[in-house]
Design a protein around this ligand. Sequence first.
Ligand SMILES: O=c1ccn([C@@H]2O[C@H](COP(=O)(O)O)[C@@H](O)[C@H]2O)c(=O)[nH]1
Length: 233
Amino acid sequence: MAAPIAVAIDAPDIETAARWASAVAPHVSTLKVGLELYLRYGPEVIATMRGASRVSLFLDLKLHDIPATVAGAARAVARLKPGILTVHAAGGTDMIRAAVEAAPDTRIAAVTVLTSLDEQALEAVGMRGPASDAARRLAALSVAAGARALVCSPHEVASLRAEVGPDITMITPGVRPAGSAKGDQARVATPEEALAAGADLLVIGRPITGAADPGAAAASIAAALRRAEATTA
Ligand SMILES: O=c1ccn([C@@H]2O[C@H](COP(=O)(O)O)[C@@H](O)[C@H]2O)c(=O)[nH]1
């Protein structure tokens, strides 16, 4: 079975994206397309990803606007049938509900607190207190508004799970195999730690796509996850 990994295909062009997608697809459950590729290529890049494999498609657009505008945007991309579409939880209840209603066949995932923000950066944007408090508050609001998935750092998965229950898909970026560069990520953990904390889907980009052989990097992380699961089973 493919590992519960969404590879962030943050490529500068569609040829590179297609190459990465076909290299990693045999090893992972999901390919994630974000703003860089979608803003440049639109639906063409979704078709390219689907051509490369039969894995699930995660469209990470992090919509954040007034409810009517987000509803229109969600309706526009719902035609592409992504498995998951992200919105920012900070857009509020009405905005999240608008996305959920506009894309009924897509799992709306609410991004709680970006994994690139540390406590100092959070305070600078007016969020005092630990990231986990803000994440928990935004998670509860998002699920009440109809979101069926949450995006948070591996550090917050367990407390968010306790808040929202077992039926919500917990998605964690900020995943770094031991020894990988953190880059611009602040709240990070290893794949094994994220899984042990209760994550359902690990988002991993540069540790895979920046490797000399992205297919081998994906296979190696997938194998490490299988080993971790076997020892806890
Ligand atoms: O809080 C968030 C939400 C989304 N992301 C996205 O995940 C990947 C992470 O890529 P890495 O190369 O593994 O850092 C990227 O596409 C982000 O847009 C996130 O990092 N944090």
